[in-house]
Design a protein around this ligand. Structure first.
Ligand SMILES: Cc1ncc(COP(=O)(O)O)c(C=O)c1O
Length: 353
């Protein structure tokens, strides 16, 4: 704390990212990274960028990447915005599209960055409780609001919301924005991208950190009506005109274009998830239905914090949330390789006996 701090900095409660420990032989299942590497074509494209052109600023509009994304989703490049990780895209969306007189609505159990952005930009918000079974009940959102945001699948629960439910929400909520954060959608949920032409108030946000295995590159994007994209661009150009460097533009475009690598690695993650869920259930865990590259599981007789600590003693790291108390019995476990998940399952068997 310093007298030189602004009032807003005094009042901030920053987001706490999952830890990135630098220990050897760690089984790291705490931040939902992809266990398979990025597309070799993306790596090659990035290597090709090492050279004299680094003297020059990158393309401020990342046109090459926007074109690759537009071609993948069969939309127009004017419907695409790109940023430095989807966190940056989300931050711009809060300022550009979710700051109004009425509060923003999001679930009480969700991505914990949302209230942080509200704090940063002084946006009022209201958290709506998930149901007993940790589902988003769309009807709860049929109320005056300054915008609605939620992840699909939700984080950290992994539970997906059906596209028909999202469309029902869009039909009932034409007066403000609906932002669907699809960070994990490629692991089994239905994307809302196909609805953007029909709903000018829908913004769909994606990341290359999960299904494209490029968390280290920091690239995210949004798809929506060109007017929404223009709003995001106005914030971007009032903050940092060059959020994506030359490596990010080239590597991300090549990763999007390598559909075969993407589909193959997503399929492998989903296959491992099915096996891991069966193993956890056989040990007495209740596992919420997951459409993500992680599962959210609790054991009736053991507390989440205790299990996380015992796994850590065995160099296995998973994520545990103390708050809200309703989720403190749970562990959020990233789906790793088959081998990593087998190590986790054997460790849990040992701990539970
Ligand atoms: C729901 C959700 N949205 C967005 C992000 C941000 O991803 P990134 O900034 O790496 O694109 C995450 C990261 O874990 C997430 O869980």
């Amino acid at each position: 704390m310093s007298r030189y701090w602004s009032r807003i900095v005094h009042d901030l409660t920053p987001y706490v990212p999952g830890e990135q420990p630098k220990l050897p032989n760690l089984v790291k299942l705490n931040t939902n990274e992809n266990p398979y590497g990025p597309s070799p074509k993306a790596l090659e494209a990035m290597r090709a960028e090492v050279g004299d052109s680094l003297r020059l600023y990158p393309d401020p509009n990342s046109d090459r990447l926007k074109e690759a994304i537009a071609a993948f989703y069969k939309v127009n490049p004017a419907q695409v915005f790109v940023g430095n990780g989807s966190d940056e895209v989300l931050a711009h969306a809060f300022l550009a599209l979710l700051k109004h007189d009425e509060p923003v609505l999001f679930p009480d159990i969700t991505y914990s960055f949302y209230p942080v952005y509200c704090g940063l930009y002084d946006i009022a918000y209201r958290q709506l409780p998930l149901t007993e079974s940790f589902e988003i009940r769309v009807d709860d959102y049929f109320t005056p609001n300054g915008g609605i945001i939620f992840p699909n699948p939700n984080a950290p629960t992994g539970r997906p919301l059906a596209l028909a439910e999202i469309e029902r929400l869009l039909c009932a909520n034409t007066g403000s924005m609906v932002v669907v954060d699809e960070a994990y959608v490629d692991f089994g949920a239905e994307s809302a991208v196909g609805l953007v032409d029909r709903y000018p108030n829908l913004l769909v946000v994606h990341t290359l950190s999960k299904s494209r295995s490029l968390a280290g590159l920091r690239v995210g994007y949004a798809i929506g009506h060109p007017d929404l994209i223009e709003a995001l661009g106005r914030v971007k150009d009032s903050f940092n005109s060059y959020p994506l460097d030359r490596f990010a533009i080239a590597g991300a475009a090549a990763a999007i274009e390598d559909r075969a690598w993407f589909e193959d690695t997503c399929r492998k993650v989903v296959t491992t998830r099915t096996r891991m869920v069966a193993d956890l259930e056989a040990m007495g865990f209740e596992v919420l239905p997951s459409a993500a590259n992680f599962v959210f599981a609790r054991h009736g007789r053991h507390d989440g914090a205790e299990l996380a600590a015992k796994l850590r003693e065995r160099s296995i790291i998973v994520r545990h949330f103390k708050n809200p108390p309703r989720i403190s019995p749970f562990l959020r476990i990233t789906v790793g390789t088959d081998e990593q998940c087998e190590t986790l399952v054997s460790a849990l068997r040992e701990i539970l006996t």
